[in-house]
Design a protein around this ligand. Structure first.
Ligand code: PLP
Length: 367
């Protein structure tokens, strides 16, 4: 049996008629840049979230960069984020001119709130938790800190579409939040795509303007901006997928619950912990495994694709050598580095596939 890490083809086949029609409409109307498909998707996404504004942009990385830039984050400023994430979470801080300040992870693979306060300085302007793997960071406690120290709260929701904590959706707690619609994300386009959610009118307007060369009206450039637009094809594809996203999220949760059940008795692996009163949207299902690399190879030989998110904590990457950070300052991220393993999870993953994966993991540890 071959089991891909994510199966984008099976999902396409399940909604092929709608997707093909959406693409044909955009082609027939040559609605490539801007236009109704883009504004319709933005409206639909904002409505599903109950957010005041959705600013569509070219990708998730840009959505973070644009938020930081439009909040005035600049040279000499510091932004606190988490030690284990995709590099977009920190490279955008640098792109804005500021310095990323990394904080270790907690037992839920998200920023350790207990370790944040000691990193706050006069230069700190914002805290940017990442709701990693589909699980929200302790955003309530972070919001408290932000209030106390007068900092912006920005949520990186690239991996947490429709995740919740205490009944509130990820992405609505701070000044603005960033989303990615990279093809493999829980809501994925067929190319690069992203958006910003915010309830703040001024922030929404600035972000919209900056993403479109600093102009809200053609040729009326209020500032210099960038070209970061969601294109019509991606928007139409996202709109065709949107009616399915809540069902797909539920299917991911069901897959995770099934893994929790069939893998529970294997002592050599630790299953993902879920924060109380939260809804994990399982962008990824991440184990902590003894002999991780051997297990990954064993699974690969049996047709099962796995991945590591991420092989190196951000502070330990060559890109951040210049910050002279010590790995001992990130003990949990460092310990996780050799143990974390993401096994296949996607809405269409079948019980048979999950049973096969479970059996292979079990046999590996019996060897
Ligand atoms: C995917 C991702 C991003 C960036 O999204 P792109 O659309 O690929 O630019 C940012 N942060 C995290 C945590 C991500 O996983």
């Amino acid at each position: 049996m071959y089991i891909p890490f994510v199966d984008l083809k099976i999902q396409y086949q399940s909604i092929k008629t709608d997707i093909d029609a959406a693409i044909a409409n955009v082609l027939n109307e040559t609605a490539f840049i801007g236009g109704k498909y883009v504004s319709d998707f933005a409206k639909e996404f904002a409505a599903l979230y109950g957010a005041k504004h959705c600013v569509p942009v070219a990708n998730g990385t840009d959505s973070i960069y644009i938020i930081l830039k439009m909040l005035g984050i600049d040279k000499g400023d510091e932004v606190i984020t988490v030690a284990n994430s995709w590099i977009s979470s920190s490279e955008t801080i640098t792109q804005a001119g500021a310095t990323p300040i990394f904080v270790d992870v907690d037992e839920y693979f998200t920023i350790d709130v207990r370790a944040i306060e000691s990193k706050i300085t006069k230069a700190t302007k914002a805290i940017m938790p990442v709701h990693l793997y589909g699980q929200m960071a302790d955003v309530e406690a972070i919001a408290e800190l932000c209030k106390q120290y007068n900092l912006y709260l920005i949520e990186d929701c690239a991996q947490s579409h429709f995740s919740e904590i205490n009944g509130s959706l990820a992405g609505l707690r701070g000044i603005a939040s960033s989303f990615s619609f990279f093809p493999g994300k829980n809501l994925g386009a067929y190319g690069d795509a992203g958006c910003i959610l915010t309830n703040d009118d001024a922030v929404a307007e600035k972000c919209k303007m900056y993403a479109n060369h600093g102009a809200l009206i053609k040729h009326q450039h209020q500032i210099e901006g960038i070209n970061s637009r969601l294109d019509g094809l991606q928007a139409a594809i996202l709109s065709a997928k949107l009616p399915h996203i809540l069902k797909w999220t539920d299917q991911r949760i069901k897959c995770a619950a099934y893994y929790d059940r069939i893998l529970a008795d294997i002592g050599e692996i630790e299953l993902p912990k879920v924060r109380q009163n939260s809804k994990h949207s399982y962008h990824l299902y991440v184990l902590k495994a003894h002999r991780r690399d051997e297990l990954a190879l064993y699974l690969k030989e049996r047709g099962i694709e796995t991945a590591v998110h991420y092989p190196t904590p951000l502070p330990m990457l060559p890109a951040y050598c210049y910050l002279n950070l010590k790995s001992e300052d990130f003990p949990i991220a460092l310990a996780n580095m050799s143990q974390i393993l993401s096994i296949p999870i996607f809405p269409e993953l079948s019980i048979e596939q999950q049973d096969y994966i479970g059996d292979c993991i079990r046999t590996f540890y019996k060897k």
